[in-house]
Write a protein that binds this ligand. Structure first.
Ligand SMILES: C[S@@+](CC[C@H](N)C(=O)[O-])C[C@H]1O[C@@H](n2cnc3c(N)ncnc32)[C@H](O)[C@@H]1O
Length: 274
C-alpha cells in the first residue's frame, strides 16, 4: 500500500482531534508502526500490506479515535537516537528528558569509566541511552517490576549493558559508590492532579507521575542517598517541576548547583556538583 494512502486514511477516519494534532499523531503512528519517515512520505514509499496489517490498521484507527496514546498502540516511542519499547506500566519518555540526557552526555564525555545510577528508570530510556554514549557502568532502578521488565527488553536491544534493579530508592544499598546520579522522579503533587491532562491521567501510571503531598520528596531522598553513595567530585542531574523551583533552590542551599532551562524556556534541569 502506498504510504500517502495510509496517511490519507488516518486523516479521514481518525476522529476527536484538532487538524494539527491529527497530523502530528498520524505522522508519529506511521513512523512507529511502519517505520515511515517524512521523506518516505515525500517519495510515497510502498508498505507491505496483507490481511493482518489491514485488520490491525482498522483496530488502530478505533484506538486512536478513543484517544489511546499512539505509543501504547505501537508499544514504542522514539527517544534520543532510537526507538524504545514502552507499555502502560512505564511513563512515555518525554522530549524534555531527551534534553536532560543530552546535557549529561555533553558534560560527561570522557574516556574515564564512570559508575552511573538512574533512579526511577521506567522504560530505561535514560539508562540505556547513557550507556550507549558514555564509557560507563550504568544501573537503572525502579520500584515497579513491570517497568523493569520493559527496561530489560530495551537493554536487550543494546547488548544488555545496563544492570536493572527492582527496588524502592528508600531501601536501596549499592555495593559501590557512584560518580553520577541521575533522576527524573515523580514530581507532581497529588493536589495538582486536576491540572494534569485527562488523557495522561487515564493512560499513564500514577506511580510515575505523582509524589504524594511533598513535591520535592524525591529530591530530598536522593540528596540523602547521595551523601552516602556518591563519590567526592560526583554529579547529580535532576529533571524538576518548574512550579516548585523555589523549594528546590532552598533545598540546595549550600550545594554548588546550576539550573538549566528546557527548549520551552522552563527551568527544568538541575545539575549539582559535589
Ligand atoms: C517520571 S517517571 C520517569 C521514568 C523514566 N526515567 C523517564 O524519564 O521516562 C518516574 C519513575 O519513578 C518510579 N518510582 C516511583 N517511586 C519510586 C521509588 N520510591 N523508588 C524507585 N522508583 C520509583 C516510577 O515507577 C517511574 O517509573
Amino acid at each position: 500500500m502506498q504510504s500517502n494512502l495510509i496517511y490519507a486514511e488516518l486523516l479521514k477516519k481518525v476522529k476527536n482531534y484538532s487538524d494539527n494534532e491529527l497530523k502530528n499523531i498520524s505522522l508519529k503512528y506511521l513512523y512507529l508502526k511502519f517505520n515511515l519517515s517524512s521523506s518516505d512520505l515525500l517519495i510515497n514509499k510502498t508498505v507491505p500490506w496483507n490481511k493482518k496489517t489491514q485488520e490491525e490498521f482498522k483496530i488502530d484507527i478505533k484506538k486512536l479515535t478513543n484517544k489511546i496514546p499512539v505509543q501504547h498502540i505501537t508499544g514504542s516511542e522514539f527517544f534520543y537516537d532510537r526507538v524504545f519499547h514502552v507499555s502502560d506500566k512505564t511513563l512515555i519518555p518525554r522530549p524534555e528528558t531527551e534534553e536532560l540526557v543530552d546535557v549529561i552526555i555533553k558534560s560527561e564525555k570522557s574516556n574515564h569509566k564512570k559508575n552511573i545510577l538512574d533512579i526511577g528508570t521506567g522504560s530505561g530510556c535514560i539508562a540505556v541511552t547513557l550507556s550507549n554514549h558514555l564509557t560507563s557502568n550504568v544501573i537503572g532502578l525502579d520500584i515497579s517490576k513491570a517497568a523493569i521488565d520493559v527496561a530489560n527488553k530495551n537493554n536487550a536491544l543494546t547488548s544488555n549493558k545496563v544492570s536493572f534493579i527492582t527496588s524502592k530508592i528508600e531501601n536501596y544499598i549499592p555495593e559501590e559508590p557512584f560518580d553520577i546520579i541521575v533522576s527524573n522522579p515523580p514530581y507532581i503533587p497529588k493536589s495538582d492532579e486536576d491540572k494534569v491532562d485527562k488523557n495522561v491521567l487515564i493512560h499513564e501510571p500514577h506511580r510515575a507521575l505523582f509524589v504524594g503531598s511533598d513535591p520535592i520528596y524525591f529530591y530530598k531522598i536522593i540528596l540523602e542517598f547521595s551523601k552516602k553513595h556518591l563519590k567526592k567530585n560526583g554529579s547529580i542531574y535532576f529533571e524538576v517541576n518548574q512550579n516548585y523551583i523555589g523549594q528546590i533552590k532552598n533545598l540546595l542551599m549550600g550545594y554548588d548547583f546550576d539550573i538549566i532551562k528546557d527548549l520551552y524556556g522552563h527551568k527544568r534541569f538541575v545539575v549539582i556538583k559535589t
